[in-house]
Write a protein of this length. Structure first.
Lengths: 104, 671
């Protein structure tokens, strides 16, 4: 589903390649594939309010439409394991991508 | 490496770089002793600012840059920062980060290191860490990154002296770092291959080839242009390497971004400990303030509250100052009449005291208006207002982000026009610039306060509020018109950060509104004073004519303008002169009336000139007609002469049409 159709709850980003906003900006704001985000205010013909790590950000509906997400849990869930889900996303990341160290 | 003696001889350029709203300007102020504007919303700083500091015998030039999230520039303010960092090469770059949001902020810090900047990591907002249950191992982080890390709180002035010392140490120290390496051999191999190709190609200007290689792998369009001008084989070879990485990782740009976040995750895991505290308060408040149904009414309620504060509390002090000026005018007139030439007494009583004093009495209202705006800015509500207005703005083809410059316009249109630099799309920027003058600025407040006191004394607050609402409505309608005619185009997509709510610092608030009040006083002593003297001279000359008569120059000019303004219900020549002078500075409208009508006759004179209907039409005309010269100059600088003249022409034309319609239709109903 796309982010503009997401209700309140937690989601994992699956794809941002169709975003009209330059992806590098989304990356630098913390929005990248497999990141777990929380929708605080769903889009209702307007912006979506998201929590990404410690940041709150508003995405215009056209940006939200271009971001594909999968739900992790909704606000109606008995318990939403925010930290665990967040870490699970990070763990997947860690496995998937390269490690880095300072110094060349 | 710089020798100490070399440091002492030259001025070191220290750039402040960081995400928006991390406190760069607060650190700039703390370092330089300046009082630049700070606020709790992204985009306060839109142009480069420079200040100086002398520390241990070394002169430091501190450069405050607009906030950026990464080194890809999309809007004008971002370009200012990126270009400075890329082309000016400061001696040291303070990478300023919000300690409470390291995960997002470090992304830019890593890019600065990749770029080869001499970086000193500055962890700001240290005072908020305890409240959020966060602890940071600064020494470990410093050792991991290979750069100094200093923890500061610009707000509490904590760690600033240490920061100054570390700046000098770093400048005298080990020079620019090598930059970070990605451990994944496939990415490193690709970067190495691109670097080699670039360094061997003489057509690519000598620069940081590793940085250029990273940007090419990130598919940054501006850097890809460099390849277009190079030999075809180079472009083909680089594209082949990028394609290889795409095949491995799906997308080379994503691979680079994720590689950076892997470093950040490692940092977060090793050097940052966070108790499980979520920002429940911000979420709870947001649930109400950004609510789909309540958001817009709450915004208008806050606006109404702002004007009530400005009006009710401000008027209490206004009356005291007014009485003081009245007493002064009486004393001057009685004391000097007969002793000095009548012309000079008239100059002092009618011109200086009547005209300038007539404007200065509104100082308390200006102070309280900016105090209220300051609360909105410092609390974090500003971005929320843009968020809730987005739906409304969408309907006209703009978006919520355009609303922030408009809100700033309630204070002054000049910063509002400047704030449009944060908008990525040129068309959106132009439209926002063209309609910003309709957001009623503080300079128009004296006009409304004077006219409502005379004609609408029982519901002054409501009438003034209605004028502000009309300003917003006209701005929205005109935006829609521009969007569907001369500036056609889809609304640009955008992402906007909403800062955490913060309790405004009373000292900062008082300083901010005090500064604005001082600006108003300075204007009263300079441009307003000069224009009032001009009005007085026009009313008193040529020699021998009765003061402020039809035969005076002012009378002649005003009489020539009267046929043009008569359809709006303005029959007196004084009105034409006041409106003409108001083009220089809006405060002068009231001052001109006061000067032309003579000391103490302002209210009585206005009662003769206007009816409640024509008074309302007059206030609407002053709301909508041409912005002052300062705004004209700013639009000229930001968008060019064509748009500056266009703004003057269309706003005045529109003001004429709307005011005429109000007066003529109103007259039909009121007889």
């Amino acid at each position: 589903m796309t982010l503009d159709r997401a209700g309140r709850g937690y989601y994992r980003i699956l794809d941002i390649s169709q975003s009209e906003v330059q992806r590098s900006k989304l990356h630098s704001m913390g929005l990248l594939i497999s990141k777990v985000i929380s929708v605080k205010q769903p889009a209702t013909n307007g912006m979506v309010l998201l929590a990404v790590d410690a940041s709150r950000m508003g995405l215009s509906s056209s940006v939200a439409k271009s971001i594909v997400v999968e739900p992790i849990c909704s606000r109606f869930s008995v318990a939403c394991p925010k930290e665990e889900e967040g870490n699970a996303g990070k763990e997947r990341h860690r496995r998937k991508n390269s490690k880095h160290r300072s110094g060349r | 490496m710089l020798a100490k003696s070399a440091i002492e001889e030259k001025t070191l350029n220290i750039a402040l770089a960081g995400n928006p709203n991390v406190g760069k300007t607060a650190i700039f102020n703390a370092l330089t002793g300046s009082h630049q504007r700070v606020g709790n919303w992204p985009g306060v700083t839109v142009e480069k600012k420079e200040g100086f500091l002398l520390h241990s015998g070394t002169k430091l030039a501190i450069i405050d840059l607009p906030g950026i999230y990464g080194l890809n520039a999309y809007s004008m303010d971002e370009r200012v920062s990126r270009d400075y960092l890329a082309h000016q090469r400061p001696d040291l770059t303070l990478s300023i980060v919000d300690s409470t949001n390291l995960e997002r902020n470090l992304y830019l810090s890593l890019q600065l290191m990749e770029m080869g900047q001499n970086v000193l990591l500055t962890l700001n907002m240290q005072d908020e860490l305890d409240a959020k249950g966060i602890t940071i191992d600064a020494a470990g982080l410093s050792s991991f990154l290979g750069i100094p890390v200093v923890m500061v709180s610009a707000l509490k002035r904590f760690g600033i002296d240490e920061l100054k010392d570390r700046i000098l140490e770093k400048c005298a120290g080990n020079g620019f770092p090598e930059g970070l390496s990605f451990e994944d051999s496939r990415i490193e191999k690709a970067l190495g291959a691109i670097e080699k190709l670039l360094s061997e190609n003489t057509e690519i200007e000598e620069m940081n080839y590793r940085w250029l290689a990273i940007k090419l792998l990130e598919k940054d369009p501006e850097y890809q242009l460099l390849l277009d001008n190079a030999r075809p084989y180079l472009k083909a070879a680089v594209n082949e390497i990028i394609a290889d990485i795409d095949r491995i990782f799906g997308d080379s740009a994503v691979a680079i971004a994720q590689a950076r976040y892997s470093i950040i995750e490692e940092i977060m895991g090793r050097f940052v400990k966070q108790a499980r505290k979520s920002d429940d308060l911000t979420d709870r408040v947001d649930r109400i303030l950004t609510n789909k149904w309540l958001g817009i009414p709450i915004f208008f309620f806050f606006m109404w509250l702002t004007f009530q504060l400005t009006f009710v509390v401000g008027n209490f002090f206004l009356e005291m100052i007014d009485e003081g000026f009245g007493l002064l005018a009486d004393t001057v007139t009685q004391g000097l009449s007969g002793n000095l030439p009548d012309l000079f007494v008239s100059f002092l009583a009618d011109g200086v005291i009547g005209g300038v004093g007539g404007v200065m009495v509104f100082l308390p209202n200006i102070f309280f208006l900016f105090l209220a705006i300051g609360v909105l800015e410092a609390s974090g509500y500003m971005s929320r207002a843009a968020f809730v207005m987005d739906r409304l703005m969408n309907a006209i083809g703009l978006h919520g982000k355009s609303f922030i410059p408009m809100i700033l316009g309630f204070g002054c249109t000049v910063p509002a026009v400047m704030a449009t630099r944060t908008l990525e799309s040129r068309k959106d920027r132009l439209i926002t610039m063209l309609v910003s003058p309709f957001m009623s600025c503080s300079a128009r407040l004296p006009i409304y306060l004077t006219f409502t006191a005379v004609f609408f004394s029982k519901n002054q607050g409501t009438i003034i509020f209605s004028i502000y609402i009309i300003g917003i409505a006209v701005a929205i309608l005109m935006s829609r018109l521009f969007k569907s005619t001369i500036l056609k185009g889809e609304s640009s997509p955008f992402v906007m950060e909403l800062p955490p709510y913060r309790v405004p610092n009373p000292r900062e608030l008082l300083r901010y509104s005090g500064q604005k009040a001082m600006v108003f006083l300075k204007r009263a002593g300079t441009i307003i004073f000069l224009v009032i003297i001009l009005v007085w001279a026009l009313a008193a000359l040529p020699a021998g004519v009765e003061y402020a008569s039809h035969e005076s120059y002012a009378g002649m000019i005003g009489s020539a303008l009267t046929p043009l303004i008569r359809p709006m219900g303005f029959d007196q020549w004084e009105t034409g002169v006041a409106l003409l002078m108001g083009g220089l500075a809006k405060e002068v409208v009231v001052g001109s009336f006061a000067t032309l009508l003579g000391d103490g006759r302002l209210e009585a004179g206005l009662s003769e000139f206007f009816t409640p209907l024509s008074a309302y039409a007059f206030m609407i005309f002053t709301l909508l007609y041409m912005p002052c010269v300062a705004v004209f100059g700013t639009i000229w600088r930001e968008a060019g002469a064509k748009w500056a003249f266009f703004t003057m022409a269309y706003t005045t034309g529109l003001a004429f049409v709307v005011s005429t319609a109000i007066f003529q239709i109103g007259r039909f109903f009121t007889g």
